[in-house]
Design a protein around this ligand. Structure first.
Ligand code: ADE
Length: 227
């Protein structure tokens, strides 16, 4: 898989060299390119934003640098991902769909967003997904891109060492994960639930399922009561 990121803060993505993703890059499973949007400006001040038509607070990112940067990266098989608080929710399902694509391009907007014509233009020639990582507002798309890349990359075969660890976790089956315990069996007066020490695999599986349902009902009832 290849990931390209366009941003005015390329240094932000230095952390992609560490941890699981760093190893996946070193092993050649995932290739990453980070591109400075300002390299596609042609004025002395390397301007990427301007005042909004119609007035209002804040600045809007100009379409021309984006056009030049994205023309150089996108192919008909790419998916262009635009992080935005106004986007569709980014979910585990989206992560699974994107993990099997060969090329993802992330366009990190800042300020009050990117001129709408950028999304409109590229929607005509490639798959474009405008995605939000949650109902809160960040200063720009960089942190959202990092979160999405981590969620997607760990589903790419060869990135996570033990693929079984992917199947038994929150959201993979639409429910929250069951609680986990390790040794010692007793800690500060708190005991590990006895069923987990019983060696009865069927009973353990039943208990875990009940815990998943109880947790999901208590914390995220919206996941169960989907229309
Ligand atoms: N940019 C700013 N806020 C965002 C959010 N919640 N999700 C994705 N991109 C964003």
């Amino acid at each position: 898989m290849r990931l390209d990121i366009v941003t005015i803060f390329p240094e932000f993505f230095g952390v992609l060299d560490v941890s699981l993703l760093g190893r996946a890059r070193a092993a050649g499973v995932i290739e990453v390119g980070v591109h400075d949007l300002r390299d596609h400006t042609h004025d002395r001040h390397r301007t990427v934003d301007d005042t909004p038509y119609g007035g209002g607070a804040g600045m809007v990112m100009k379409p021309e640098p984006w056009g030049e940067a994205l023309d150089a990266l996108l192919t008909p098989r790419s998916v262009l991902i635009v992080p935005s608080p106004a986007g569709h929710p980014f979910t585990q399902r989206q992560a699974r769909e994107l993990a099997v694509r060969e090329h993802l391009v992330f366009a990190c907007g800042r300020y009050e967003g990117i001129d709408q014509r950028v999304v409109d233009h590229y929607s005509e020639r490639t798959e474009v997904r405008v995605l939000s990582i949650g109902d809160y507002v960040l200063n720009g798309g960089e942190v959202a891109t990092m979160a999405m890349i981590e969620a997607i990359a760990r589903l790419v075969p060869g990135v996570v060492g033990n693929p079984e660890s992917l199947t038994e976790e929150s959201h993979e089956d639409g429910l929250l994960e069951y609680p986990s315990y390790t040794k010692p069996a007793s800690w500060r007066g708190l005991e590990v639930p006895p069923v987990l020490l019983s060696g009865n695999h069927g009973a353990v599986a039943d208990w875990r399922r009940e815990q998943q349902l109880a947790r999901t009902r208590a914390i995220r009832p919206d996941l169960i009561e989907k229309p």
